[in-house]
Design a protein around this ligand. Structure first.
Ligand code: XMP
Length: 509
């Protein structure tokens, strides 16, 4: 295992991904973890991440300096390297010029981390401080014009530092540097596979749960479906799933999901139809946050009522993924970003006195899909685009009514049909329609129309943290617009959303 100490860099998840791509298991921990705990975990190596702080600022994050005495190889990246140098008695100073972007790296030592990296190599810099004096034992292994100390090594102690970011695509040889660290320096083995993960986590689930009953909120999305499958494999009939149909799903989705889930998962699934309750609760509500809260509350009520029928439940399973976990742990030990209120069932476990089981907590979305494949889940369940808990309600601006839901469903179905036919469904992170219930004038046949507007949102993304609007072919967009305007009553205009995230978000509300 490799341990990544998180000093708050925006690239931390990327470091984790790079390590796991090499089939080495890794974990990200905040700098508050102390050296004894680390020793206990027995990592093969430690990576100190970059971060926005300045080492000589009093409040900048610091890790336990005793890690340098553990005899474990350590690689410091950017701020992580500066922390290491400062901790070991070297010197860091504000650079004369901030350096941001590409730089040409002259490799001084083509051994150690730089084995197989030809000089010069391109690298990606992003720093305001630089190392100006090295502690004893260190030597310079690479330099750029602006940063004479761009890479360092103390081979005797297995300590390494890189001022640039090896984890980003803009450092083309970065993967080699990380590979050398993992295998030559840390002597890691490539044992992290989805098969081994599945086996280990089934054992862990069995140990945690024993013969007790687990309940799980199944949405039909890939995360909850894979969670269900994994737990079912581990404990069989002691898993009971609850599917809440909130009436805010896409056209025919509830029906289709029910059929697919029954066909592919031999799991006990209770279906709670509650569309009426949700619509009733949303009556007259225009504010997006209010909508989300109301939907969250009703979901909990329906789920709880259903769960109470399962008398012996002691555990609640959730398909929480690694990005959700990391988002709630900041470099400074506290929460940074608040995850939207019902990305998960929030307060439920506490209220119902249930213990949590989250077997996917360590995985990224694409790893979950691989795990699903490993477990034999069919493609149609693995490759579903993400769909938000509050469903179509946050894609109807203004009040949610049965009539508006119908318009949006029809428009959305037409869009998805074209997207699928043209082979774009998997290429897009998400693609959906949004109803703007403002009216605009049009002409159909010889008559004037005055009807609603549909916006199309299609984005590419790796993890939903950032996203870009998809450059869909114009004729595809034209076909979508034609179909919606011709087929969906109440719509006479279609527009395409060309905002990226940030500053936009993927959903409109
Ligand atoms: P935003 O709109 O914040 O969305 O860019 C990021 C991703 O999260 C999904 N999303 C949700 N998922 N419950 C969910 O389960 C929610 O309340 C929720 N809100 C947004 C969204 O579809 C996108 O994939």
């Amino acid at each position: 295992m490799i341990l990544i100490i998180d000093f708050g860099s925006q690239y931390n998840q990327l470091i984790a991904r790079r390590v796991r791509e090499r089939r080495v298991y890794c974990r990200i921990l905040p700098p508050t973890v102390d050296a004894d705990e680390i020793k206990e975990m027995n990592p093969k190596g430690i990576i100190l991440s970059g971060g926005p702080g300045s080492i000589y600022e009093e409040n900048s994050p610091k890790a336990d300096k005793r890690i340098f005495g553990l005899g474990v190889p350590i690689l410091g990246i950017c701020y992580g390297m500066q922390f290491m140098i400062d901790a070991l008695g070297g010197e860091v100073q504000a650079a004369g010029r901030r350096e941001y972007g590409f730089a040409r790296l002259e490799v001084v030592e083509d051994e150690g981390l730089f084995k197989g990296v030809a000089s010069p190599a391109e690298c990606w810099m992003s720093h305001g401080d630089s190392v100006i004096a090295l502690p004893e034992g260190f030597k310079i292994t690479a330099a750029t014009a602006n940063t004479p100390i761009a890479a360092i090594a103390d081979p005797a102690r297995n300590l390494f530092g890189l001022q640039f970011h090896p984890e980003v695509e803009h450092t083309p040889k970065g993967k080699i540097l990380l590979k050398n660290f993992l295998f030559d320096v840390c002597r890691c083995k490539r044992t992290w596979t989805m098969k081994s993960f599945a086996e280990e986590s089934m054992v862990r689930i069995q140990q945690t749960v024993g013969r007790k009953r687990v309940i799980l909120g199944l949405s039909g999305g890939v995360d909850s479906t894979v969670t269900a499958l994994l737990i079912h494999r581990a404990i069989g009939k002691n898993l009971t799933c609850i599917f809440v149909d909130n009436g805010l799903l896409r056209k025919d989705e509830a029906k289709q999901l029910k059929e697919r889930l029954t066909r592919h998962l031999e799991v006990d699934i209770r279906y709670a139809r509650a569309g009426g309750k949700f619509l009733e609760g949303l009556k007259g509500v225009l504010d997006p946050e209010k909508k989300r809260k109301i939907i969250g509350r009703i979901f909990m009520e329906v789920f709880e009522a259903e769960a109470k029928k399962i008398a012996d439940a002691e555990f609640l399973a959730q398909g929480t993924l690694y990005p959700d976990v990391i988002e709630s742990v900041s470099a400074f030990g506290g929460p940074t970003a608040v995850i939207k209120s019902h990305h998960n069932v929030g307060g439920l476990p506490k209220r119902m006195k249930l213990k949590l089981v989250e077997p996917l907590r360590e995985l990224f979305k694409d790893e979950v899909r691989r795990l699903g494949k490993e477990l034999g889940l069919p493609e149609e369940l693995i490759w579903r685009q993400p769909f938000p808990g509050p469903g179509l309600a946050i894609r109807i601006l203004g009040e949610v009514t049965a009539k508006r839901l119908k318009i949006l469903r029809e428009a959305d179905a037409a869009l998805l049909e074209v997207i699928r036919e043209r082979g774009y469904y998997r290429k897009l992170w998400q693609s959906f329609a949004v109803l703007i219930p403002a009216k605009s004038v049009g002409v159909m046949g010889d008559s004037r129309t005055y009807e609603h507007i549909i916006a199309i949102r299609a984005v590419t993304s790796k993890d939903a943290m950032t996203a870009d609007w998809a450059r869909l072919p114009h004729d595809l967009l034209g076909e979508v617009a034609n179909r919606i305007i011709n087929e969906v009553r109440g719509v006479n205009r279609v527009v395409y959303d060309i905002s990226s995230k940030p500053p936009g978000t993927i959903e409109w509300e």
